[in-house]
Design a binder for this molecule. Structure first.
Ligand SMILES: Nc1ncnc2c1ncn2[C@@H]1O[C@H](COP(=O)(O)OP(=O)(O)OP(=O)(O)O)[C@@H](O)[C@H]1O
Ligand SMILES: [Mg+2]
Length: 483
């Protein structure tokens, strides 16, 4: 049976006497440790590693070998080739036995352990055998741990990349390219960020992207909707409480800031925080500490704060609803997400993306879009931004048309104002199909005449308001069917 747990060793030493002493020592544990090769210089060792990657667990390396490549330089080269292999350095007794810098430099270069050989009159062993063997076993254990860590780091990275894919920010318009650049740049920093933009523009998506590209990516991203927590609960939600802090506190509760420790807190709708909660938050930012209800002494936390708002926070500060000092602490970097209607062709790009997404979900082929229907989508003002667009695409896919026509998008159940600007005055007249200019003018006159008549004391007064002669007013009213 092959023992897969056997520790494979390479010896790099050019003196036969020492090689045989190493063999004698290691062979005491030959069921566990096997010397696979003996090489007499650094270059040969590197070549062997290159030819048999991932073959060796431990290298026993003589510090004083012949050839140009030796010592720390060789250790570094070995680690570059195979970061997991562990190196045990053996050196002559006469060298540097009390020189700690010497030992330190070896470790810094990447050695696992270092020992001084027995003097030459001890012919059997290179070093105290049990200690030497134990060090080889420990080196092997370290390699196994490092291998496991590498594996789980890789797995984590893969899952982070998976999440990033699902959080992809779609769009090729200029504002979106700038946004992506800003995300790349600011993700690397630790500074707090405020993301502003209208509802549904993608603020939370931006916050996720910053977190997943930051050094904190392996830690938690904790979103808190400041608008949805009742004022009296804000403190306990954010900072938690100790068991018995008040009646009803039967267990200790972790606050969201503790949960997010070392990660990112996303303060959504930050303008909705009450003034007392703002004071507490300011303290966290100033001191890096939270005070839990019912606990003496504070707890240190390390969080990055990304906030989002669809209000003008500077105006909130001016009006005294938001603390200025807190505003400056949160707003180190401002990021603005523009409304969808300012992103040009991204409307179609996003629309096709969501059609594909929801069609995949249902296992159907994504529908095509009529050019005229595209035009309506492009001209629509999208007050609900990307969220609204996403919902529209979903509804159309659910309706299962294989081709999206003007009729589909003109349905008031699909687009709230059937493709033209969401201007209430037009919306009323439009009623599903475009009117000719003549028809629109007539409809407008009718409405306006009615309105002016209502606010006037007499027909003469109405005519005066409209700047026309009473006789013309009378004729026009008749034409419009008002008389
Ligand atoms: N550029 C984009 N690419 C792909 N999906 C997007 C994009 N922008 C927004 N979305 C999607 O649109 C929806 C709304 O986005 P998000 O929740 O981030 O907006 P928001 O600005 O936080 O909205 P609100 O102000 O209402 O909280 C989400 O499903 C999000 O994934
Ligand atoms: Mg949001």
């Amino acid at each position: 049976m092959i023992n897969t747990n056997i520790i494979k060793v390479m010896v790099v030493d050019d003196e036969d006497f020492d090689v045989s002493r190493v063999k004698n020592t290691v062979n005491l544990s030959s069921t566990k440790i096997q010397i696979e090769s003996v090489l007499s210089n650094g270059r040969a060792a590197l070549e062997e590693l290159q030819q048999k990657p991932d073959n060796y667990d431990v290298i026993i390396l003589d510090y004083q070998i012949s050839g140009g490549l030796r010592g720390e330089e060789l250790i570094r080269k070995i680690k570059e080739l195979d970061p997991l292999v562990q190196i045990i350095v053996i050196t002559k007794m006469t060298t540097n036995t009390t020189d700690f810098d010497f030992a330190n430099n070896l470790l810094k270069a990447g050695a696992f352990w270092y020992c001084t050989k027995y003097p030459g009159n001890i012919e059997e062993y290179i070093y105290q055998p049990t200690d030497f063997i134990l060090s080889i076993v420990n080196a092997y254990e370290k390699k196994k741990l490092e291998k496991q860590k590498l594996k789980s780091d890789k797995r984590l990275l893969q899952s982070i990349e998976g999440i990033l894919q699902s959080k992809e920010i779609i769009g090729e318009s200029k504002p979106m390219l700038h946004l992506r650049e800003a995300i790349e740049k600011y993700a690397k920093s630790e500074a707090n960020i405020i993301i502003s933009g209208a509802s549904g523009t993608g603020k939370e998506l931006v916050a996720w992207n910053i977190h997943l590209k930051s050094r904190r990516k392996y830690e938690k991203f904790v979103p808190i909707n400041c608008g949805s927590i009742p004022h009296e609960l804000v403190e306990s939600e954010l900072f938690g409480y100790e068991k018995g802090a008040f009646t009803g506190a039967n267990t200790t509760k972790l606050g969201l800031f503790e949960v997010a420790n070392n990660g990112t807190v996303f303060l959504d709708e930050v303008s909705e925080l009450s003034l007392p909660a703002q004071v507490k938050l300011l303290r966290v930012l100033q001191e890096g500490e939270i005070e839990k209800i019912g606990r003496t002494g504070s707890i240190s936390v390390n969080v990055r704060i990304i906030s989002a708002t669809n209000k003008n926070l500077a105006a909130e500060v001016n009006d005294g609803r938001f603390r200025e000092d807190l505003f400056y602490r949160l707003n180190v970097i401002p990021i603005d997400v523009v409304p969808l209607r300012q992103r040009g062709n991204d409307i179609i790009v996003l629309f096709k993306h969501f059609l594909e997404y929801f069609s995949d979900d249902m296992g159907i082929v994504p529908p095509g879009i009529d050019p005229k229907a595209q035009e309506i989508l492009m001209n629509y003002k999208w007050p609900g931004n990307v969220r609204e667009l996403r919902n529209v695409a979903q509804r159309l896919v659910l309706n299962c048309t294989d081709h999206i026509s003007v009729k589909d998008v003109s349905d008031p159940m699909i687009l709230k104002s059937s493709g033209i600007s969401k201007d209430a005055a037009f919306e009323e007249i439009y009623a599903g199909h475009a009117l000719t200019l003549h028809e629109v003018e007539r409809a407008f006159r009718l409405k306006y005449f009615k309105y002016i008549r209502n606010i006037s004391s007499s027909d003469a007064n109405a005519a005066e308001k409209l700047g026309i002669a009473p006789s013309n007013f009378y004729r026009m009213c008749k034409e419009l069917g008002l008389k």
